[in-house]
Design a protein around this ligand. Structure first.
Ligand code: AMP
Ligand code: ZN
Length: 114
């Protein structure tokens, strides 16, 4: 989708600091980090939100989540832990309408969220 910033990142037309990529996904550093570790994992295919996924996406979703876990370890979050976040639509605070998993680490996070 031409107008989607994360599709453009996946296609390589918008430069980012990539951490990982394969046929299914791209991971890169968030442009406005909210923690010492803040990276995003996105599917290459445009999926607007987690609510738009269906049974056929189960394998892809598993791959995205497992890679997020592996990257969190690589980024030094194994001992203290991390926050894995998928914001969805207006109430979830989603600002980019292309599914993404935030990996947040390097500091503690509150619960419940505000
Ligand atoms: P969300 O609020 O869950 O939709 O998060 C979107 C995230 O994408 C935010 O943390 C932004 O800082 C990040 N973001 C938006 N544009 C870019 C970009 N061009 N490169 C890296 N991160 C971006
Ligand atoms: Zn997209």
């Amino acid at each position: 989708m031409d107008s989607c910033i994360f599709c453009n990142i996946a296609e390589g037309t918008v430069p980012v600091r990539k951490i990982y990529e394969d046929a299914d996904m791209v991971a890169f550093y968030d442009a406005q980090p909210q923690a010492p570790v803040h990276s995003l994992v996105i599917p290459r295919r445009h999926i607007a939100t987690i609510m738009e996924t269906n049974e056929e996406d189960v394998e892809l979703l598993g791959k995205l989540l497992f890679k997020a876990q592996q990257l969190a370890v690589e980024l030094g979050c194994e001992e203290k832990g991390a926050r894995f976040v998928i914001n969805c639509k207006e109430y979830g605070g989603q600002t980019v309408d292309h599914l993404h998993i935030h990996i947040l680490g390097g500091r503690p996070f509150d619960w419940p969220p505000g």
